[in-house]
Design a protein around this ligand. Sequence first.
Ligand SMILES: [Zn+2]
Length: 219
Amino acid sequence: MARYALRYPDPPAVKPVVISMLHPAHKWVALTLDDGVPFDPRILALLEHDHIRITTFLIGQMVKARPDLVARMKRDGFEIANHTWDHAGLRHSTDAQVRTELSKCQRAISAVTGDQAPYLRPPGGTTNKRVDAVAASMGYRTVLWSRSMADTSKSATPAQLYKRTIKGLRPGEIILGHWGRPQTYAALVLILPELRREGFQIVTVSDLIADSGGPEALK
Ligand SMILES: [Zn+2]
């Protein structure tokens, strides 16, 4: 399967692009899990059990604190991507602050995986053209999402998360969830078998891009 390994450090700049949905040839979707703090190990075990490879946007501080988990994700074939050093809002940061947030997170990731993270997900999904341009100059494409599990809601039940994730799901969607929210695991227990029944395959963002015409086709 095509991967877009970048050299580290100093990967080549890319064209600024914001990806929230793709148009793959296959019935594929990307499940993306963010933060890593808190962390529910049951989710990782569930994905491993089903041999599902995802893209995860980790906070640099978490990567530094739990290199064991990150190394395990790398062994699992996960794509480890940048979610800033400390979950900083980037929209109101200076260019220099954006660079520092990304490179500190990148250093933590590379220390464990040896890889350059190919994507940035700005915390809260709040970005702008300037942030995307700084990220692109550092080799990152910005990845948002087309569908949220809404697992940050404290009152939502697993059944509600399930419905929100499954209803009307189309190939090429990028689904946002989080590693440690109270209902995420229980919702995924419902969601994963239903996706299989519906013929969806969960892939990484890079695989979704590759199946959608490759990076050259990104607008
Ligand atoms: Zn986040």
